[in-house]
Design a protein around this ligand. Structure first.
Ligand code: 13P
Length: 276
C-alpha cells in the first residue's frame, strides 16, 4: 500500500528500526525491491534521483513505482530524492510521490530554510511528507567533507520548517567509499534527543554493518542506498549469458540480485517482519 514518508517513518520510530530507502532506475530495480519487501514483510521506501524527474525516465518510471506500491501488501513510500528546485518538486507531486526531499543544503542556512518552508507548505496542503537537509552530504570524490550538522542548526531548521524528516551530515558521503566511513554516533543521539523529526542517513552504500546498527540505535530512521543498488544490478547483468536474447529472461538474475541486496539491508536495518 502507498503511504506517506511520515507514516512509514513513524512506524520505524515506534519500532526502533530504520526503513531502507532504495534508489531505483528502471522497472527491474523496482521489482527487485518490492519482491524483497513482500517476502520479508518489511516497509520500504522506493525513491528516485531528481535527475530522472527532469527527463522522460521519471515520466515512465513513476507509474511503475506507484503500481508496485499500490499492489504491495506492505507499506511503501514513493519518494523524490534530492529535489533541487521547485520545478522538480512540482513534478514529484504530479507524478504521485508520497514523500518529497527538498535539498537546499548547499545554500546558506536562511535561504535553505526559506526554500524548504515554501516546499513544505506546498506539500502539506496535499498530504505529502517532506525531507530537508542541513549540513551538506557531498560525494566520496569531494576534496573534503563539510562541517557536520550541529544540534543548534538541526533545532533551528526543524522548528522553522517543520519537516517530517531531516538528512544530517555525520560522516557519510554519496558513492563508493575509498575507506570505510566512521560515523559520529554521539552527534546522532544528541540531535535525535533535541528535535521532533525523523533523522535520515544518506550515503548508506558501503557503511560497515556495525556503524549502521549504532546509527539506528542512536535514532536514524531512514537510510539511503543508491550506489549498491546499481552494482547489485549491473554486476549480474555483466555476468549474464549473451546467448539469452529475450530481455525479460535476461533481466531475471539481475532483478533477483537487487532483491537479495534489498533483503540484506532490510535485515540489517531491523525492518524484517515489521509489517505482518
Ligand atoms: P549511496 O549511493 O552512497 O548509497 O547514497 C545514496 C543516497 O544517499 C541517495 O540520496
Amino acid at each position: 500500500m502507498l503511504v506517506t514518508l511520515k507514516e512509514i517513518l513513524d512506524l520505524a520510530e515506534k519500532g526502533g528500526f530504520a526503513v531502507p530507502a532504495f534508489n531505483t532506475y528502471n522497472m527491474e530495480t523496482v521489482m527487485g525491491v518490492i519482491a524483497a519487501a513482500e517476502e520479508r514483510k518489511a516497509p520500504v521506501i522506493i525513491q528516485s534521483y531528481s535527475r530522472l524527474f527532469n527527463s522522460d525516465n521519471g515520466y515512465y518510471l513513476s507509474p511503475i513505482i506507484l503500481a508496485a506500491a499500490k499492489k504491495a501488501t506492505v507499506p511503501v513510500c514513493f519518494h523524490l530524492d534530492h529535489g533541487a528546485t521547485e520545478f522538480e518538486v512540482i513534478r514529484g507531486i504530479r507524478y504521485g510521490c508520497s514523500g518529497i526531499m527538498i535539498d537546499a543544503s548547499s545554500l546558506p542556512m536562511n535561504e535553505n530554510i526559506e526554500m524548504t518552508q515554501k516546499v513544505a507548505k506546498m506539500c502539506r496542503d496535499v498530504n505529502i511528507s517532506v525531507e530537508g537537509e542541513i549540513g551538506h552530504v557531498g560525494t566520496v570524490n569531494d576534496d573534503s567533507m563539510g562541517e557536520f550538522t550541529t544540534v543548534a542548526e538541526a533545532k533551528e531548521f526543524t522548528e522553522a520548517t517543520r519537516v517530517d524528516a531531516l538528512a544530517i551530515l555525520v560522516g557519510t558521503a554519496h558513492g563508493r567509499y575509498k575507506k570505510p566511513p566512521k560515523l559520529d554516533i554521539q552527534r546522532i543521539k544528541d540531535i535525535h534527543n533535541a528535535v521532533d523529526t525523523h533523522l535520515v542517513l544518506h550515503g548508506g552504500s558501503g557503511v560497515p554493518d556495525e556503524e549502521i546498527k549504532a546509527a539506528i540505535s542512536a535514532g536514524i530512521r531512514k537510510i539511503n542506498f543508491g550506489t549498491d543498488v546499481c552494482y547489485s544490478f549491473l554486476d549480474k547483468v555483466f555476468e549474464t549469458s549473451r546467448s539469452i536474447f529475450a530481455i525479460d529472461i535476461f533481466m531475471k538474475d539481475a532483478t533477483n540480485s537487487v532483491k537479495e541486496f534489498a533483503i540484506s539491508k532490510i535485515k540489517l536495518l531491523g525492518a524484517d517482519g515489521k509489517y505482518e
